[in-house]
Design a protein around this ligand. Structure first.
Ligand code: NDP
Length: 246
């Protein structure tokens, strides 16, 4: 798949799944723009790895749950590169714990990044895509958005929202030549799961038919495929990549 001349914006690309997606697009010759929130060192590593591949990457630091930041970031990209061909909404946070311990702030933080963040970018990118009558959006959701997880009620609700948002927006934008799809990862080996003990990991792996955690690359390959012309008849879909877990 060749993305030469295409501009791809990936939120949350300093680490984890987002970095893998950034690398995969760079391998396909895209111009990659990576947003992240705090972690300058990790963002720098994403740039270095992309440079090693001979690719192009620019990073933009800022909080995706802030509408004004999102608007300014997208305007900056449009002014500098002239367009955004592909938007990957990947930035996300989770907080594991009993529902009774979750606070209003937890609700605002999780919904703010995971769901409002997707609204913020789409709201600002879609109008440019509609003008050009082309574009691709891939939202990184979670298997818990489909089935719900105990001790991740707010996270599950935010990702359930992302799933419905994706399906609805895909239908609305299809006549404008824009496709919108979602990916539901299972358990992927990133910082998000670092809180697990070795025993927790082993017990969880025993429940996954493919007998391992996923890698960022497992998600990245599908993200690139969905954004490519190879997937030109696929829209409004939520696809699980979970080693058969659910
Ligand atoms: P990580 O915690 O490894 O990385 C999160 C990334 O998101 C970082 O780049 C981080 O930036 C960025 N980020 C977080 N909050 C914001 C914000 N407010 N504004 C901008 N960027 C932000 O997460 P994963 O790679 O594991 O997860 C990526 C996506 O995949 C998430 O949406 C997650 O919900 C989803 N997912 C992950 C699964 C897993 O098992 N790992 C399973 C299912 C879904 P910084 O480095 O600056 O903090």
């Amino acid at each position: 798949m060749d993305f030469h001349g295409k501009v791809v914006l990936i939120t949350g690309g300093s680490r984890g799944i987002g970095r893998s997606i950034a690398l995969e697009f760079a391998k396909c010759n895209a111009s990659v723009i990576v947003n992240y929130r705090n972690n300058d060192k990790e963002a720098e590593k994403t740039i270095e790895e992309i440079k090693k591949l001979g690719g192009y990457c620019e990073t933009i630091k800022g909080d995706i749950k802030e509408y004004d930041f999102s608007k300014k970031m997208i305007q900056y990209i449009i002014d500098k590169y002239g367009k955004i061909d592909v938007l990957i909404n990947n930035a996300g946070i989770s907080k594991v714990g009993l529902f009774i311990d979750m606070t209003e702030k937890d609700f605002d933080d999780i919904m703010g990044v995971n769901l409002r963040g997707v609204f913020n970018t789409c709201s600002n990118v879609v109008k440019h895509m509609i003008e050009r009558k082309e574009g691709n959006i891939v939202n990184i959701s979670s298997i818990w958005g489909g089935v719900g997880a105990s001790c991740e009620v707010l996270y599950s609700a935010s990702k359930g929202g992302v799933n419905s948002f994706t399906k609805a927006l895909g239908k609305e934008l299809a006549p404008s030549g824009i496709r919108v799809n979602g990916i539901q990862p299972g358990v992927i080996d990133t910082d998000m799961n670092k809180w697990m003990s070795q025993e927790d990991r082993k017990a969880l792996i025993d429940e996954i038919p493919i007998s391992r955690f996923g890698e960022g690359e497992d998600i990245a390959k599908l993200a690139v495929f969905l954004a490519s012309d190879e997937a030109k008849y696929i829209t409004s879909q939520i696809i699980s990549v979970d080693g058969g877990y659910i």
